[in-house]
Design a protein around this ligand. Structure first.
Ligand code: NOJ
Length: 767
């Protein structure tokens, strides 16, 4: 049986449907790949599967990824890490490249890329170029909002444009492969990597995936304009038990098919060229060596044509998981399962030749992996354009105005207004001549607006909150106050700043939240309130502002949904600012002053307390849905409902929904609603369509997002919005991965978010 751990020899490639010939390549290009493959030695083939890490030499017998992990898990401090990096000699594996034993590297300095590429192209026997990959997660030099924030813009055009810009900026530095988009459905705010992905919902995540892939890959007007996308982490990584990074995952197959797979399927359909296998074990099998997810679903059902890379060091971790006895065993199980490229362990390099000779890995399996990697290199144009021109390297030395403008646009569209006023009187926007006290260490800081995964940003491109607001509010005064890292001996100074801020401003804007490094990889938290002394000091600030009759606005800056229940009750307004990238300061100033109206929504439910995690809107109903009565699915000491639902976000005007209707067509349903701007300002509303399959052979979510559309009726006017839902998209997958369209009763809801969308119709559907 395919993939059976004790019978790894019986490899059946038919499970992946076909030996790939990449459809986007011309017949001539496919022939070129076949010819090259036929001329490669066994060692050269295995070499293509090897992504070498730049290792540190000079007393440090660890690879770069290992070093990163040691830093991440605290074995070496940040300072020590930086010291090692700046002092250590680096081994760039020149000799291995020369021998054709390296297929890829993680390098981003353009001269290094060119130097190593020259060895590969001019000095190796077959001259096969290297592919340089990097974590370009939310921008390269121009850093955009973290993905969880950007996804909340519900704007596929924006998703694609930021990706396309990142592709251009990185390719001019030699990086032709982004380890992005990150597509993990994530429903647990404790998990630090919630920040890197598009949130909790399959539909929004799928729209995000397709747009990102198109943005990264589609502009072939020059090889300097596109890169290969790498959808990650495949699969289920976001469902790590208890929100602890790298933890085990148990996900029923129908949930894998219906939820976790959806964005990968959308990205594969959009033509994504690579996939990264995730660290977690899924239902007992590490995703690095999982033939069900890789060979059967990805390369079989989805007909994925690109190659799969492991996560860093993950082939070795197959042993640690307890799924392989030693490195050779781990390598055999991984390659047979469909894992094409080894990131960083050299296990393939050192073990696959013997495995091929003894027959535990078939030559067809190796050839299939090599063919996929070569095809992507051909598609990238690396054989014809292996180097970066000197002029291109300097093209973005000074970021052009349109790059900065896009970064600001993305930031403006991603912030979410959670609360505005307590008694129906809005506090925001603020008059530009208002006496504003801006308080908080995060407001005067460039690093923490950037987010966890940004490596190529420069200080000169960044606008801090303080700088952005000083520009717009001439009477603004800044007070350092406090922040996530405020220590006990700084409390007196912080309290003095609180007093001064309250004495000066008519309104106090407190910029508080998490430092950038508190989310991202290896950054799970067991508590999701604002870290450090912030909540306590915010309490003091609140009491003093209230006593003085001053308004208090919270600008939240965080990389995960926080428990803001206390803040929601006690402050006058909350703008969820996430980590919005290099132009966060100017974007926030525009939003707070009303030069722009907030339009971002939550791509992830905000829990009312950490005990609710994991929490998401598209849950099954259960037999006893939570209510006030005792024997229901509820907590004794916490609400059943989240604090803010998926899709939620306010703006500076009000929109009213009326006249919802559903029209059945031959192949679709058109759901319409009238949206009236009943306030006095212009703004954009994101109308959301939800559906419920009321009774099915597997219980379906209480609501599922099925479409969204933007509208912006002028004050006092209305627009009718129609969202069409194709009947073919109303089904679901069973546990075998079969897609079912079952006749029966369906409900359609349309409105402003997953909670408030109102019932438009209940219809008996026959497919
Ligand atoms: C580990 C992370 O899980 C992954 O997201 C990243 O792309 C690789 N390391 C490479 O840096």
């Amino acid at each position: 049986m395919w993939g059976s751990p004790d019978l790894p020899v019986t490899v059946d490639l038919t499970i992946q449907k076909r030996i790939i010939k990449m459809k986007e390549l011309t017949a001539k290009q496919n022939e070129f790949v076949e010819d090259l493959l036929s001329r490669m030695t066994l060692e050269e083939k295995i070499g293509q599967l090897n992504q070498a890490s730049v290792s540190i030499v000079g007393g440090f017998d660890v690879s770069f990824p290992e070093l990163i992990e040691m830093n991440a898990d605290g074995r070496i401090s940040n300072e020590e890490f930086q010291r090692i990096l700046s002092n250590a000699d680096r081994d760039y594996h020149e000799e291995e490249i020369r021998k054709g034993l390296v297929g890829s590297m993680m390098v981003s300095e353009p001269h290094d890329c060119n130097r190593l590429q020259k060895i590969a192209v001019e000095e190796s026997r077959l001259g096969i170029p290297l592919i340089f990959g990097l974590d370009v997660i939310h921008g390269f030099r121009s850093v955009y909002p973290i993905a969880i924030a950007e996804a909340g813009a519900f704007d596929t055009d924006l998703f694609a444009r930021t990706a396309a810009m990142a592709a251009r900026e990185s390719r001019t530095q030699g990086v032709a492969w982004h380890f992005a988009p990150m597509l993990d459905i994530a429903r647990d705010a404790r998990w630090g990597r919630v920040s890197e992905g598009p949130g909790e919902d399959r539909y929004l995540a799928s729209a995000f995936a397709a747009a990102k892939v198109h943005g990264l890959q589609d502009d072939h007007s020059s090889t300097e304009n596109y890169v290969a996308a790498c959808m990650k982490h495949y699969i289920g990584y976001g469902a790590c038990e208890s929100g602890r990074d790298y933890n085990t995952t148990s996900i029923a197959p129908h949930l894998v098919y219906n939820h976790y797979l959806a964005p990968f399927a959308a990205g594969a359909k959009a033509g994504a060229k690579t996939v990264m296998a995730s660290f977690n074990d899924l239902n007992g099998v590490p995703c690095t060596a999982n033939s069900w997810t890789l060979r059967k679903i990805l390369k079989g059902d989805l007909d994925f044509e690109g190659f799969v890379v492991s996560d860093a060091n993950a082939i070795r971790e197959v042993i640690v998981h307890g799924y392989a006895e030693d490195e050779k065993d781990a390598g055999i199980k991984s390659v047979n399962a469909g894992l094409d490229m080894d990131m960083g362990t050299e296990i393939y390099l050192h073990n696959l030749a013997a495995a091929i000779e003894e027959g535990s890995v078939k030559m067809e399996v190796l050839d299939d992996a090599v063919r996929r990697i070569l095809s992507v290199k051909v598609w990238l144009g690396l054989f014809d354009h292996p180097y970066t021109e000197e002029a291109a390297m300097h093209r973005y030395d000074v970021l052009p105005a349109e790059h900065l403008a896009l970064a600001e646009e993305a930031a403006v569209k991603s912030a979410v207004l959670l609360k505005n006023g307590t008694d129906g009187t809005p506090v925001l926007p603020l008059a530009k001549d208002a006496k504003v006290s801006l308080l908080g260490t995060l407001a005067d800081d460039k690093e923490n607006i950037i987010g966890a995964w940004a490596m190529s940003w420069r200080e000169e491109d960044c606008v801090t909150i303080r700088a952005g607001m000083e520009e717009v509010f001439p009477s603004l005064q800044y007070f350092k106050g406090f922040g996530p890292a405020t220590a006990a001996d700084e409390l007196d100074a912080a309290r003095k700043d609180i007093d001064d801020a309250v004495a000066y401003g008519d309104v106090i804007v407190a910029a508080l939240g998490e430092p950038g490094e508190m989310s991202g990889e290896a950054s799970s938290r067991a508590s999701i309130i604002m870290p450090g002394c912030q909540r306590q000091l915010l309490g003091e600030l609140m009491e003093k502002s209230r006593a003085a009759g001053k308004k208090l606005v919270l600008l939240a800056m965080n990389g995960r949904p926080l428990d803001l229940s206390w803040e929601t009750e006690h402050v006058d307004a909350i703008l969820e600012g996430w980590q919005l990238g290099i132009r966060m300061g100017s974007a926030v100033a525009k939003l707070l002053s009303g030069d722009a109206a907030p339009e971002g929504r939550l791509a992830s439910t905000f829990p009312a307390c950490v005990g609710q995690c994991p929490i998401y809107y598209s849950h099954p109903n259960t037999g006893r849905p939570g209510s006030r009565s005792k024997f229901t699915s509820r907590y004794l000491d916490a609400p059943y409902e989240p604090l803010y639902p998926f899709g939620y976000g306010l703006t500076y005007t009000q929109f009213e929904y009326s006249d919802a209707s559903v029209t059945e067509k031959a192949d679709s349903f058109d759901v319409s609603v009238k949206v009236t701007n009943t306030g006095s300002r212009n703004a954009v509303e994101t109308v959301q369509l939800y559906m419920q399959d009321v009774s099915a052979s597997l219980v379906r979510p209480v609501r599922e997002l099925k479409g969204f559309a933007k509208t912006s009726p002028a004050p006092g006017s209305s627009e009718t919005v129609t969202i069409s839902l194709a009947k073919k998209d109303m089904g679901f997958y069973d546990n075998e991965g079969t897609y079912l369209l079952e006749d029966g009763k369906f409900r359609f809801y349309i409105g402003a978010n997953s909670r408030d969308a109102a019932l438009a119709a209940e219809i008996n559907v026959k497919f």
